[in-house]
Design a protein around this ligand. Structure first.
Ligand code: ZN
Ligand code: ZN
Length: 450
């Protein structure tokens, strides 16, 4: 399968998710913490003593070593001197080094799902403190229903406010950590500013959401979901306690104003909140073998807070946010699901054209960044430009630990890859492409390569 992928897209390193090079001191510290304490941690927390977690740790520890992870080697087709080796990304959800790749991909995925001319709101639905422990213990059973009940709640609120049965469109992302890495599950909902009235076959726009109602509705939907998922005495006691203790409902935040008109890119803005790792590499200040000191910006005090925790607590704060295997963190509901939207697009646009506050085309669709662009952004240097003759370098060799050599340019040349082909004009190089295709039909200078 990988082979096919490369034959089709030999020049798109993003397809195999290459990572940024430049390992930092912090990265070494992060790895060291896991090397020294992962086994001990598992003994104290047997919940994590599973091949799934071992695999994530293992991948993360190998990340950045080309000879273990696989690599793409670039060489200069002009002078044969320039070389550049890129390790493939490990894609472990524990890996902070690959987090940036993950964010970029996330942003472009979500951007593609946003529709021009539609007004979205960013609504955060939270879980009160006394329920978080239960959520953590039953995350496997609770997380999916949790996402669904957020959608039910918003449909319910839209319908109640408008007096019609409405179905909105939603992009829902689940996040389980607060700023300091503690377990704090909540939903980020990108919701349309209204919904589809199936009966009247029309789009109904809602100017505002009544917050008190949203809070109460959210409380009811969340607690009903919990009661149905875990039918134990303990759950019943917690649910009752929640109704007594939180008479105003649960905390929900609605971004003031329409998000797209304030931000050129809703997705980029969301990524900051939503897909940031629990504790980023840059925030680790100190590790002495027993304790880890890191800092974060507190939402409450708006100041940078420092925290020193025992090393097992630190590891716990990282792994407790790993989702069950195959879990989809971003989901699309209602009219936001592509097919449904295509059907109603016209009518939604017509209805929204009447709304004054629309900023047409406010959401910019962002193309995914390529490895080359990411590298250039983080180092200021073009990794695929030959340092000797300044021409663009091309893919020379692709190696994968499981599949072995996927591409070998020298082999291809020896087999006469270019021999019978008439020279062709090189395609115009877009910034994200390497020049491998360009080398086709162009006499290659092979000195120093054989
Ligand atoms: Zn990685
Ligand atoms: Zn060169």
């Amino acid at each position: 399968m990988v082979k096919k992928l490369h034959r089709k897209h030999p020049h798109t390193p993003t397809r195999c998710a290459l990572m940024i090079a430049a390992p930092s001191q912090d990265w070494n510290i992060f790895q060291q913490i896991f090397v020294e304490h992962w086994d001990g941690f598992k003994r104290v927390h047997p919940r994590y003593n599973k091949p799934y977690y071992d695999g994530l740790v293992d991948k993360m520890l190998r990340c950045g070593t080309p000879e273990k992870m696989g690599y793409i080697e670039y060489r200069c087709p002009q002078c044969g001197e320039g070389k550049h080796l890129v390790a493939m990304s490990c894609k472990s959800s524990l890996c902070l080094r690959c987090a940036k790749v993950y964010v970029d991909n996330w942003v472009s995925q979500v951007s593609r799902m946003l529709h021009e001319g539609v007004i979205y709101r960013h609504i955060v639905l939270t879980v009160p403190e006394i329920l978080r422990q239960t959520f953590y213990q039953q995350s496997k059973d609770v997380l999916s229903p949790f996402m669904r009940c957020g959608v039910r709640c918003l449909d319910d609120v839209f319908s109640r406010v408008s007096g019609k049965a409405l179905k909105g469109g939603y992009i829902v992302v689940i996040q389980t950590h607060g700023r300091n890495g503690q377990y704090n599950p909540h939903l980020h909902c990108i919701a349309t500013s209204g919904g589809w009235d199936q009966k009247a076959k029309q789009w109904v726009h809602l100017d505002y959401l009544p917050y008190p109602m949203l809070r109460k509705k959210w409380q009811w939907h969340l607690l009903t979901m919990l009661r149905q998922t875990g039918k134990t005495k303990e759950i019943k006691r917690l649910v009752d306690a929640c109704y007594t203790r939180y008479r105003e409902g649960f905390v929900t935040n609605v971004q003031k104003g329409d998000v797209p008109s304030r931000y050129q890119s809703l997705a980029r803005y969301l990524a900051k909140y939503v897909v940031s790792p629990p504790i980023s590499l840059r925030r680790i200040d100190h590790y002495d073998g027993q304790g880890v000191t890191y800092h974060y910006r507190s939402q409450k005090t708006e100041r940078v807070e420092r925290e020193t925790v025992a090393v097992y607590t630190f590891i716990g704060r990282m792994v407790q946010h790993v989702f069950p295997k195959g879990f989809q963190r971003v989901r699309y509901y209602g009219v936001q699901a592509t097919k449904t939207f295509a059907k109603m697009k016209h009518m939604i646009h017509e209805a929204l054209a009447m709304v004054k506050s629309i900023v047409k085309g406010a959401i910019k669709i962002i193309a995914p960044m390529t490895y080359r662009q990411r590298y250039q952004q983080s180092t200021g240097r073009d990794p695929l430009r030959c340092p000797h003759c300044h021409s663009d370098m091309g893919v020379w060799r692709i190696w994968h630990p499981t599949y072995g050599v996927i591409h070998d340019e020298l082999e291809a040349i020896r087999r006469g890859k270019y021999a019978s082909q008439a020279p062709r004009a090189a395609p115009a190089g877009s910034p994200g492409r390497t020049v491998w295709p360009t080398a086709r039909g162009i006499p290659l200078s092979l000195s120093g390569l054989q």
